[in-house]
Design a protein around this ligand. Structure first.
Ligand SMILES: CCCCC/C=C\C/C=C\CC/C=C/CC(=O)SCCNC(=O)CCNC(=O)[C@H](O)C(C)(C)COP(=O)(O)OP(=O)(O)OC[C@H]1O[C@@H](n2cnc3c(N)ncnc32)[C@H](O)[C@@H]1OP(=O)(O)O
Length: 281
């Protein structure tokens, strides 16, 4: 980002530094006191992960990696949705080139978030199905506000979560719980998610969730940052390497799968159901 733009943004924000607002699909705000960056997704109505939001997420993660922030908190500007997961419109009757770019970008964004060298936490201030849950489970810590749901519901849509979605889920849940939940396409309420360990804490508001994420990141204050990040990377290296090695095959598998007539039909019916529900409200 241009230095002049950064400076004008710095002047605008009182105690927090707004580091990027380019497209406004994501913003990064660094708290001057804590040195922790809050990355906010802002794609109404549901933070559907389309190509552009994924691109912005990746560049915001890169920005936080580069600006010496002490940690990254991922959250949403919506009062009821963390992220509705992948934008189904990217996968339904897709454009040939765009869907390739979309999946490739999803891979890159996941590699950057799951492999981030800074401590990461998700302040889950709304529903978090599928790709939303992928983002949350790619972070090291999760704090969630009550009365929402989280989970990998892919089988409910007639689609299959790829191995690296499973890897993030498995970094949080025991294999038995993860396998059952994925097979069922189960969405957990906040209370259920806490009980099973899918989230670490609950909070009564987004602000409180962020405070709890800050406290989690604060637990590393006296830990050598290089030792901490190398340790984290060793834990995650096998999952990251597996996708790195199989990126092209993963893309081709996705394209083959998503273009199956039965999958397209299922996505169409699911989208229709979402739209009917929205009209009724
Ligand atoms: C062995 C072989 C292995 C092969 C493996 C390889 C590849 C695998 C292939 C595919 C894997 C792909 C992985 C996909 C993961 C995903 O993320 S899929 C997306 C899943 N998401 C969902 O199911 C969420 C659906 N949405 C909801 O449940 C609700 O919308 C909500 C999030 C709970 C919010 O509810 P609310 O009442 O507030 O809002 P509305 O429902 O009224 O929605 C408003 C508006 O937004 C539209 N919308 C909602 N979600 C999406 C979405 N995900 N994509 C696109 N659009 C969405 C909804 O239709 C409404 O639109 P409007 O009517 O035009 O206003």
């Amino acid at each position: 980002m241009m230095r002049s733009k950064v400076l004008s943004l710095v002047a605008r924000a009182a105690s927090n530094r707004m580091m990027s607002t380019a497209t406004k699909l994501t913003t990064v705000e660094v708290n001057d006191k804590t040195g922790i960056a809050t990355l906010t997704m802002n794609r109404p109505p549901v933070n559907g992960l389309n190509l552009e939001l994924l691109q912005d997420l990746k560049s915001s993660i890169d920005e936080v990696e580069g600006n010496k922030s002490r940690g990254l908190i991922l959250t949403s500007s919506s009062s009821t949705i963390f992220s509705a997961g992948l934008d189904i419109l990217e996968m339904y009757k897709p454009d040939k080139d765009r869907i390739r770019a979309f999946w490739t970008q999803l891979q890159e964004t996941w590699l950057a978030l799951y492999g981030s060298s800074v401590p990461t936490a998700a302040a889950i201030n709304g529903h978090s199905p599928a790709g939303g849950c992928l983002l949350a489970t790619s972070c090291e810590y999760r704090v969630m506000v009550p009365n929402f749901t989280i989970g990998l519901n892919e089988t409910q849509l007639g689609i299959v979560a790829p191995k690296w979605f499973m890897a993030s889920f498995l970094s949080v849940l025991p294999q038995r719980e993860a396998e059952r939940a994925l097979n069922q396409g189960r969405m957990f309420t906040t209370e259920e998610a806490l009980k099973v360990g899918l989230i670490d804490e609950t909070a009564n508001s987004k602000e409180e969730a962020i405070e709890k994420c800050v406290a989690f990141i604060g637990t590393f204050a006296k830990v050598n940052p290089l030792a901490r990040s190398l340790t984290k990377q060793q834990f995650r290296a096998a999952d990251l390497q597996q996708l790195q090695n199989e990126r092209q095959q993963d893309l081709e598998k996705f394209l083959f799968f998503v273009n199956q007539p039965a999958v397209q039909k299922g996505l169409g019916i699911y989208l229709e159901g979402l739209k009917k529900k929205a009209k009724k409200q």
